[in-house]
Design a protein around this ligand. Sequence first.
Ligand code: C2E
Ligand code: MG
Ligand code: MG
Ligand code: MG
Length: 288
Amino acid sequence: ESKQQGGNQVTYYSPDMKGKVLLRFEIENHLRTALQKKELFLCYQPLVDLKTGRVTGNEALLRWNHPHLGLVAPLEFIPLAEEIGVIEEIGAWVIQSACLQTKDWQRKGFGSLGVSVNVSARQFREPGFLQVVIDALKQASLEPEYLTLELTESTMLQNIDHSILTMKELQKLGVKVSIDDFGTGYSSLSYLRSLPINSLKIDKSFISNLQTDSNGFSIVRAIISMGRGLEVEVVAEGVETQEQAELLREMSCQYAQGFFIQKPLQSSDYEKGASEGQLTRYLPLKKG
Ligand code: C2E
Ligand code: MG
Ligand code: MG
Ligand code: MG
């Protein structure tokens, strides 16, 4: 079975096509050299301001073009990269590449775009992590305010004191911190208040339930109003329809990302879309 990503012409390899043991061996073996062999690349998925429809930034999403298996999904190989100890190297490369690409697009006049980069737990805990971020910004001459690092609740809670320290250091640099997949973890509201974050991303499972029942609606509305109370920006991820985007805008959710707006794009496709002014499908409906 393979998963088609809406119009992306990309078929992810799925592990039940072959014995899982063999697959793991195959993947593990190749993962160690994937970076060197330039098999890794980033796709960029736009985030839009729901009020204006403007693209404010992009999330960098890692892809691996495996020599035999084709495209392997990040959820298949990132946990393995953590396990075999190559995530630090790969993660550093992701931050560097995302910063360089973003500066390049700013120079090309695509707007004052920011970039969001996912950080894995092990990468975040690594002693050299802050230096990796500092070096990447410097190398790209990117102002720190344009970089957002996305962490999940479970990453933050693994060692809460250390996490808070690191997040504060990042913010001192001017880098922003976001909670990814918000609502799927176990953080209590009191924890949330003590976390130095700039934004939270409502997990896509809540967005897909937005219209299915009144509970789904209430949960999303509650998260948005909580974000406002905590004075953090709120991003909805996994927006797949115009109706969802409209509902979110009416609920005063500030930003959105999802297949309806735009799928994750390779750099060349992104540039094509940006120069043709067709980067997103979302246009806020005028009222009245
Ligand atoms: P995430 O950070 O929550 O990223 C959003 C995921 O949702 C992406 O999957 C994206 O392609 C997908 N998505 C976007 N819009 C929609 C939509 O409208 N509907 C649905 N159903 N899905 C949508 P992807 O690229 O497969 O990445 C999966 C996860 O892998 C990411 O979840 C993130 O946790 C991790 N990941 C991706 N790139 C990196 C990376 O560079 N480093 C680390 N540590 N993790 C990464
Ligand atoms: Mg993310
Ligand atoms: Mg997410
Ligand atoms: Mg995630």
